[in-house]
Write a protein that binds this ligand. Structure first.
Ligand code: FES
Length: 120
């Protein structure tokens, strides 16, 4: 009798429609990190899942920030354990763009700060 391969379940918040949650079962050996697991989901289950990353596991770009079980993490460095289920969602304090992608760009810079001087 063969044992079933260990899996990780990712319960992922989606943006369309709001409130939707999709559950994906990912082979544990494809989900060492949360980002690895989400990339596997995009490749094997749903290529419409919105995620953003640039450096992949280098922890340099900071673009993969999201929530894992309610905590803010970098998806590329967040480690997952076989046999567990995780809740995955976008950051709550940034504008939501799609699924797990939020607008993390800094606020508008003021290009023409008030001089505080006389009017022309
Ligand atoms: S993918 Fe660049 S910091 Fe996570």
């Amino acid at each position: 009798m063969t044992r079933p391969a260990p899996i990780v379940q990712l319960r992922v918040q989606r943006s369309d429609p709001p409130g939707r949650v999709d559950a994906f079962e990912v082979p544990a050996d494809a989900a060492a990190s949360l980002l690895d697991g989400l990339r596997w989901v995009r490749s094997h289950c749903d290529n419409s899942l919105g995620i953003r990353y640039a450096c992949i596991n280098a922890n340099a770009c900071k673009e993969c920030m999201m929530r894992l079980d309610g905590k803010t993490v970098y998806a590329c460095t967040a480690r997952l354990e076989p046999g567990r289920s995780y809740e995955v969602g976008p950051l709550l304090n940034k504008p939501l763009l799609r699924d797990l992608i939020t607008d993390i760009s800094p606020g508008k810079e003021r290009l023409f700060p008030d001089a505080g001087g006389e009017d022309d």
